[in-house]
Design a binder for this molecule. Structure first.
Ligand code: FE2
Length: 212
């Protein structure tokens, strides 16, 4: 991690990693619901990037280009989650999109409007950082289900960790008011993502289990 990353951010990422590692990834139905909720919010990633980019004028070319590159990286990632889900033997219709998942990504559309695109950096940064910290979860999934059913986690674990450092560096160069918006969104994203996972692993489940 970059030198300028504050202790608070390091602590938040550390806590998130511990939280992820403590989840029962070996429960197939929970893992399938994780993939379903992932599909439901990841399908908005490219749209969120476009919505944010539309606000960046030519004085924001660096950020515009960074988001454009990210847009290509994210292209069709939701389909990988969906494909893992199908290989596990489930259909997306087996799992409803949760209120937490909706709260997770819908917030971003509003904040993009309010912050003229900049706040999305906090959302991206959190998700990228968490992905690069998920090697232990990846190993458990490969062991339990095989790599062919763990492609979504696998491609994100293997992404270049320098990405995260670059993202932190681009935040440090922002004016303070914008930096604060980005960091607030970073911490809120962490809380909301944990709420999504908490619901998946401790409450949610198959559609039919609710009426059984
Ligand atoms: Fe992705």
């Amino acid at each position: 991690m970059g030198n300028k990353m504050t202790k608070k951010i390091q602590n938040e990422l550390h806590d998130s990693k511990e939280f992820l590692n403590a989840l029962n990834w070996e429960d197939k139905e929970k893992y399938a619901n994780f993939l379903a909720q992932t599909y439901y919010f990841v399908r908005h990633s490219t749209r969120l990037l476009c919505a944010a980019m539309a606000h960046f004028k030519d004085d924001r070319d660096t950020l515009f280009n960074r988001f454009k590159a990210h847009l290509q990286e994210e292209d069709a990632h939701e389909k990988i989650a969906l494909s893992d889900l199908k290989k596990l033997g489930y259909s997306i219709d087996d799992f409803e999109e949760s209120a937490f998942t909706r709260a997770f990504y819908e917030t971003q559309y509003y904040r993009i409007q309010e912050s003229k695109g900049i706040s999305l950096l906090g959302y991206i940064l959190y998700l990228e950082a968490i992905a690069s910290f998920s090697q232990d979860v990846g190993e458990r999934l490969y062991e339990c289900y095989g790599k062919s059913k763990s492609q979504f986690v696998k491609i994100h674990v293997e992404e270049d960790p320098e990405h995260v450092e670059k993202a932190f560096a681009s935040i440090d160069s922002l004016p303070e008011s914008e930096r604060n918006l980005v960091y607030r969104n970073f911490f809120d994203t962490s809380s909301l993502y944990k709420a999504v996972l908490n619901d998946v692993f401790f409450h949610g489940g198959l559609e039919f289990s609710m009426i059984a």
